[in-house]
Design a protein around this ligand. Structure first.
Ligand code: SF4
Length: 253
């Protein structure tokens, strides 16, 4: 499979455990899921597409905007290039996101790029939906996984794959869960019920982060208040969406 990249840009990690860390984001094209519940509409070619806030990376209708990389050198060059307006030798993290990065876990260009930056002591985090069962190798074992497992508010029946999640817990060096929640999920009790149902079937070491749904600060604030009680009740951590507060829902920042 060719390595398809939706965008590469340098910014600040806005979510999860490493929030605030300068990071190069490598957003792959393509996803195995099609989440319909997040209420984002994007127009292209006179058609309207509904999905998640990364629909331009997830949906193949946008593939003419993606770049194909056939060698690791040009991908590595592009990753350095996007930090060039700043001083050299920046100890940036790399965040592999999408779409769904695990679709490329056998891709030689993808793995070669990871190996190159791991050897130079960059932390590489993968933001995955956790629904793809794949074979680990030493490169993948060295990555940090953030598993954004989709709950019923995503409206995607194929979202939960316990065997795939357990596989990642068994082999990855670090695993964090991230659940995106809104007022309705919290106040109905569905959030706690669904998260507990998933975690009760898994064993291993991980942290759990609850994150508010939203593409603007006002929406984040109201959803943050709703998830606060659940976080305190269950000992989960709260993760904001700093990039939304800084940049809104613009692409590439
Ligand atoms: S898994 Fe993530 S990228 Fe894929 S459709 Fe769902 S929200 Fe979008």
């Amino acid at each position: 499979m060719m390595l398809k990249i939706s965008e590469i840009f340098y910014s600040i990690q806005g979510e999860g455990k490493y929030i605030g860390t300068p990071s190069v984001f490598v957003r792959v094209g393509g996803c195995n899921l099609s989440c319909q519940g997040f209420g984002i509409n994007l127009k292209k070619g006179g058609r309207e597409f509904m999905g998640c806030d990364s629909i331009y990376a997830a949906n193949p209708a946008f593939s003419d905007e993606w770049t194909i990389y056939s060698d690791k050198e040009s991908l590595i060059d592009e990753i350095y290039h996007c930090t060039q307006e700043y001083e050299g030798n920046i100890p940036f993290d790399i965040v592999l996101t999408g779409g769904e990065p695990s679709l490329y876990f056998k891709n030689k260009v993808f793995l070669g790029m990871c190996e190159y930056f791991l050897e130079r002591h960059h932390r590489i985090s993968v933001e995955s939906n956790g629904s793809v069962l794949f074979d680990f190798n030493p490169i993948l074992q060295a990555l940090s996984f953030t598993l954004s497992v989709k709950l019923s508010n995503a409206k995607e029946a194929r979202a939960i794959n316990i065997a795939a999640l357990q596989n990642i817990l068994d082999y990855a060096r670090e695993v964090n869960f991230k659940f995106v929640l809104d007022v309705a999920m919290c106040e109905s009790g569905r959030a706690q019920k669904e998260i507990d149902a998933i975690l009760s079937k898994l064993c291993g070491s991980y942290e759990v982060y609850l994150m508010p749904l939203g593409t603007e600060s006002k929406e984040l604030d109201s959803n943050l208040n709703a998830i606060l009680q659940l976080a305190m009740k269950r000992g989960f951590k709260i993760a904001d969406r700093l990039h939304i507060r800084l940049f809104g829902d613009r692409r590439g920042v």
